[in-house]
Design a protein around this ligand. Structure first.
Ligand SMILES: [Zn+2]
Length: 316
């Protein structure tokens, strides 16, 4: 039987964990669904990635209320993907911060991405009717910016491209806590459909160079030991480099996308097949890797239609 498209057959609700990383930092993690980070400043709260819908964001707000009554003043978007940004309106924050590169991607492909992601993974859009439209950052930066929330210093940084062109991490230098977005995953398959695979390993080097004591990945549990932080960085790097290398070899040998996909699936399944969303991600991942190997510099825009056509071609 053909595989159900992307994650349409994934309906099982996940257990949510709200864990303390430092006196002023928390992780809202979801057993492999998209995570959210929370930083509590002197006069207000900063949220890193919002969840997919305002209804889902309400649960994050409830957890925040269990530890502070300060208002949410800042939202940082680690990148443009719909499952991370479309819940933003629930927080009533004054500032929605992103890199200029992320802003540009929302302009260029935000609408198509919204429709495409909704179709791929309906469970992640609980209360989808509550989404008022695209989320527009009102404060953008290039490279790096620093917020000082009283004693808490928050560095919002682009350390290089990887998962998308606009990737941004949030770093608390004093506490050594990092919120990485989808640049780092743990027990979850990296999605590389919009990635810069050649750049990604150097960006992971830059993250490792910060020597985080705790790291909240895009998906997977919060990592609170040096060993587990290293394991997440190593695992992400292993997947990204092996997948890209396998695709490059096939592409160079003149094989078509479908053959390269089948080969790559077989090569990666034994080591990475136990990670969540492996079967969902791999067709998208290999499609982008094949393009990049063939010299297509920027990821092509995924639309609901292109998604379906690709899936039919590779899995039909
Ligand atoms: Zn993403």
């Amino acid at each position: 039987m053909a595989k159900a498209f992307a994650s349409q057959a994934d309906l099982e609700e996940k257990q949510i964990t709200f864990s303390k990383l430092a006196d002023n930092a928390y992780a809202y993690t979801t057993e492999g669904d998209p995570n959210t980070g929370v930083v509590i400043g002197e006069h207000g709260v900063l949220v890193v990635d919002t969840q997919a819908t305002p209804i889902m964001a309400r649960d994050v707000i409830e957890r925040i209320r269990s530890v502070t009554d300060k208002p949410v003043k800042y939202i940082v978007l680690t990148h443009y993907h719909a499952v991370r940004v479309l819940g933003a309106s629930a927080y009533g924050a004054d500032h929605i911060i992103s890199s200029q590169d992320t802003y540009d991607l929302i302009v260029e492909r935000g609408e198509q991405d919204y429709k495409s992601e909704y179709e791929r993974f309906p469970r992640l859009f609980r209360g989808g009717d509550s989404i008022p439209g695209l989320t527009w950052p009102n404060l953008t930066f290039s490279g790096q910016m620093t917020l000082r929330l009283g004693k808490t210093e928050v560095r919002i940084m682009q350390l290089g491209r990887g998962h998308t062109k606009g990737d941004t991490v949030v770093w608390l230098p004093k506490e050594k806590v990092l919120f990485s977005g989808d640049l780092v995953e743990y027990g979850a398959t990296p999605y590389t459909g919009d990635a810069y695979l050649g750049d990604w390993p150097a960006t992971l080097d830059n993250i490792a160079g910060l020597e985080p004591k705790a790291l909240v990945p895009g998906r997977g549990e919060a990592l609170t030991t040096r060993e587990s932080v290293k394991a997440a960085l190593d695992g992400t790097r292993a997947f990204v480099t092996r997948m890209f290398e396998t695709v490059k070899q096939g592409q160079k040998a003149g094989k078509d996308l479908k053959d390269v996909y089948k080969e790559t699936y077989k090569a990666l399944k034994p080591d990475f097949g136990q990670w969540v969303i492996f079967d969902h991600c791999l067709p998208f991942d290999v499609s982008r890797a094949y393009d990049e190997a063939g010299g297509i510099r920027d990821p092509r825009i995924w639309t609901a239609r292109r998604d379906a056509e690709m899936w039919q071609a590779l899995e039909g």
